[in-house]
Design a protein. Structure first.
Length: 254
């Protein structure tokens, strides 16, 4: 493949992105729950079984709600409302109170959400904080977490085509080729790029009053997962360091 990866970039990319940001319009009588909603009560109400098919003229808001009710069946109405606020905030426009409602849900029910939402929805929440956090530090942390997990998802998806599972580290044999963009190689034995990526995020997360618990929970899950690039790099590093130590020991014996 020659030429640019994306023809006519950035215009072609922005056009495609904007198509996915069309608002979730409402039909008459529909709206997103208000700021005065009893959020605590919603935690006690489980979603009913997936509803019947929607009529052809259903609004985009109702279609998204229908989709989420099917996905989140058996969970609570608060989980659904959280999902709807995130979905609306991904679009170009939304009800004016949506950012405040999203934030209120996290302020009032952080522990509940952390104990209920799967990792996919926690990442979506972090990305939403990146756009609609109340402070610049929250927005910055949310954007960086969004970039980290989005790039990890792309890489991990591509890597599956190698035939290896997420917990199966590559061997230490290396193909002699330059990294893209002329980047300098990573030193497996002594390099700290992975740590330099994660440590500042974790440090800043511990200082955040509202989204800090969310950020720490995501980083904890990343650290505990048995697969993923960081786990594999650490396994390869350990193996490399062991080889170096064994070689050094043998050299001292000579």
């Amino acid at each position: 493949m020659t030429g640019p990866t994306y023809s006519n970039a950035p215009d072609s990319l922005i056009t495609h992105w904007e198509k996915r940001r069309a608002p979730l319009g409402f039909s008459k009588g529909e709206n997103l729950a208000g700021l005065d909603t009893d959020l605590a009560a919603l935690t006690t109400k489980n979603l009913a079984d997936p509803p019947n098919p929607l009529p052809d003229n259903a609004s985009r808001h109702r279609a998204k709600e229908h989709e989420l009710r099917r996905e989140l069946a058996g969970q609570s109405e608060l989980v659904l409302l959280h999902g709807m606020t995130v979905s609306h905030l991904r679009k170009r426009s939304f009800p004016a109170h949506t950012p405040d409602l999203f934030y209120k849900i996290w302020v009032d029910h952080c522990d509940y959400l952390l104990g209920t939402l799967n990792t996919r929805w926690l990442i979506s929440a972090a990305i939403t904080f990146g756009e609609y956090g109340k402070t610049e530090s929250e927005k910055s942390l949310g954007r960086e977490l969004g970039m980290l997990f989005s790039m990890m998802k792309l890489y991990e998806f591509e890597r599956l085509h190698s035939g290896k599972t997420p917990d199966d580290a590559f061997g230490l044999r290396r193909v002699e080729a330059e990294l893209p963009l002329g980047m300098s190689p990573f030193s497996l034995a002594s390099g700290g790029l992975d740590i330099n990526l994660l440590a500042p995020l974790w440090q800043r997360a511990t200082d955040e009053r509202v989204m800090g618990a969310l950020a720490c929970a995501l980083l904890d899950r990343l650290n505990s997962d048995q697969g993923g690039i960081f786990r594999r790099i650490n396994a390869m590093r350990t193996k490399k360091q062991a080889r170096i130590a064994a070689r050094t020991k043998d050299e001292r014996k000579e």
